[in-house]
Design a binder for this molecule. Structure first.
Ligand SMILES: Nc1nc2c(ncn2[C@@H]2O[C@H](COP(=O)(O)OP(=O)(O)OP(=O)(O)O)[C@@H](O)[C@H]2O)c(=O)[nH]1
Ligand SMILES: [Mg+2]
Length: 327
């Protein structure tokens, strides 16, 4: 199943309702304030925040220029405005050997599960993968990652529970380098920004990892539970000051009919969504594709679209995760 098929598994309700709801409140005519307000409410109901909903409708208002329009044009402009709010997801490129991915986020966001899925994904591409049990804090966390490593059949580097997370990361890198590993994925303990000692631990982990190479980690992914809305945004902010975030993983989108949560999350952090989690199985991880997402939310099944082609779109038939430039 491709991106659209899978995300629609999670998004179908919001997609159908968004298109149906918009058509329900507006067929053809001039856009009145009442109609705009009504549509803003529909957007809020699918977890799009107030400021994002206003930004989308402001764009529509400008495009409509007070003239008579139909629902097809309206949905097209909404889609366009939404796309402009989302930074494009880059094609995945291995930056070195090993390419090091650091997973961070608050408790229970889905870090460890996503590592299992990612390890599976890269392994299926023929890459040699290693995972590092950098969550030495939570009881059972090492065993949990071990189960994933066994299931996916990738190597794992681990120390004792309660040991220094930074030295796990340091050792894992050395081991990955020595074994010719292509991708090393480092798990970390869930932490909230108000837990000073854990935030300090993360700072140390990055500092120690950089003793190997200043450019580490190559990819720092912030994992966010797509169900926690505005809360997730606030909780994630503290990580910015410790390590440069490259991309977001938004998990548990299968559990919600409100796929719109991606937009405010992405806008707030100003970085692209790299992956979307749509279930607990190995294959339930999708490389995010802005174009397909927007189409899925506003345009699928609409007879025609007014969407201008995305200048950064990948060639047809490819997805961002197909690109691997080995080094
Ligand atoms: N439905 C669904 N469940 C998910 C998804 N991703 C993770 N989960 C579940 O969310 C729960 C927490 O996942 P973990 O991977 O342990 O989260 P974590 O961020 O590593 O948690 P801590 O290590 O405690 O901070 C588990 O029950 C996972 O199965 C997803 O995309 N969809
Ligand atoms: Mg975990």
């Amino acid at each position: 199943m491709g991106f659209l098929g899978k995300i629609i598994k999670g998004l179908s309700k919001s997609r159908e309702s968004m298109i149906k709801e918009v058509k329900g409140v507006f067929g053809k005519g001039k856009l009145t304030d009442a109609v705009i307000e009504n549509i803003e409410e529909k957007l809020l109901a699918c977890d799009i925040s107030i400021d994002v909903a206003s930004a989308i409708m402001e764009h529509v208002r400008k495009e409509a220029k007070g003239e008579e329009i139909d629902s097809r044009q309206l949905l097209g402009w909404m889609a366009q405005a939404t796309r402009d709010l989302l930074p494009a997801t880059p094609a995945w490129v291995a930056k070195a050997k090993p390419h090091v991915i650091l997973m961070i986020g608050v408790n229970g966001a889905g870090k460890t599960t996503t590592i299992g899925k990612l390890a599976h994904h890269y392994k299926a591409k023929g890459l040699k993968v290693m995972v590092a049990a950098g969550d030495t804090f939570r009881a059972g966390a090492i065993a949990q990652l071990e189960r994933w490593a066994e299931r996916v059949e990738v190597e794992i580097v681990k120390h004792q529970e309660g040991s220094d997370a930074a030295s796990v990361a340091f050792d894992a890198y050395a081991s990955a380098k020595a074994r010719g590993t292509d991708v090393l994925i480092i798990d970390t303990a869930g932490r909230l920004q108000n837990k000073a000692h854990l935030m300090e631990e993360l700072r140390k982990l990055v500092r120690v990892l950089r003793k190997h190479d200043e450019s580490l980690p190559h990819e720092c992914l912030l994992v966010i539970d797509g169900n926690t809305g505005q809360n997730a945004i606030q909780q994630g902010q503290g990580f910015n000051s410790i390590v440069k975030l490259d991309g977001l993983v938004v998990t548990k989108l299968d559990g919600t009919a409100k796929g719109g949560a991606i937009i405010p999350i992405c806008r707030e952090f100003g970085i692209p969504v790299f992956w979307v989690g749509v279930g607990e199985d190995l294959d339930d991880l999708i490389r995010f594709d802005r174009e397909e997402y927007v189409q899925g939310l506003f345009l699928k099944d609409a007879e025609s679209t007014e969407l201008i082609p995305d200048p950064t779109a990948l060639p047809e038939g490819t997805s961002a995760s197909d690109f691997y430039l080995g080094v």
